[in-house]
Structures are given as structure tokens and as C-alpha cells.
Write a protein of this length. Structure first.
Length: 61
């Protein structure tokens, strides 16, 4: 699950950067990616943590 979430965030980040680049400029695209990166990292981390907790629960029972 964590791998799938990471790939989705990476894909979204790439599309976001390309869209900004086309609409505005490369500087804005770089800024947007840098701003989005921490948010994407938190989302991936939470998805990974939830997956690990679910696996631990299923093993414990």
C-alpha cells in the first residue's frame, strides 16, 4: 500500500509541476513542487503508518 501511495503522490507532483510550468513559468513550477513536497511526504507517511498498524493488528489476532 505504501508503495502505491508513494507512486500516486509522485505522479500528482509531476503533473502539478508540468501544469504550472506550461501555464506560468519554471520558477513557479519549482516553487510549487517545493511547497507540495512536505505535504506529500506527510500524506505518504500517514498512509504507511496506517498500513503498518493494520498489518500488526491482523497478525496479533
Amino acid at each position: 500500500m505504501a508503495v502505491g501511495a508513494t507512486q500516486l503522490v509522485g505522479l500528482a507532483l509531476g503533473l502539478f509541476a508540468v501544469a504550472l510550468w506550461i501555464m506560468y513559468s519554471w520558477r513557479l513550477a519549482v516553487t510549487g513542487v517545493l511547497l507540495f513536497l512536505p505535504v506529500g511526504g506527510v500524506v505518504v507517511y500517514q498512509a504507511w503508518a496506517i498500513g503498518i498498524r493494520a498489518q500488526n493488528r491482523s497478525r496479533g489476532e
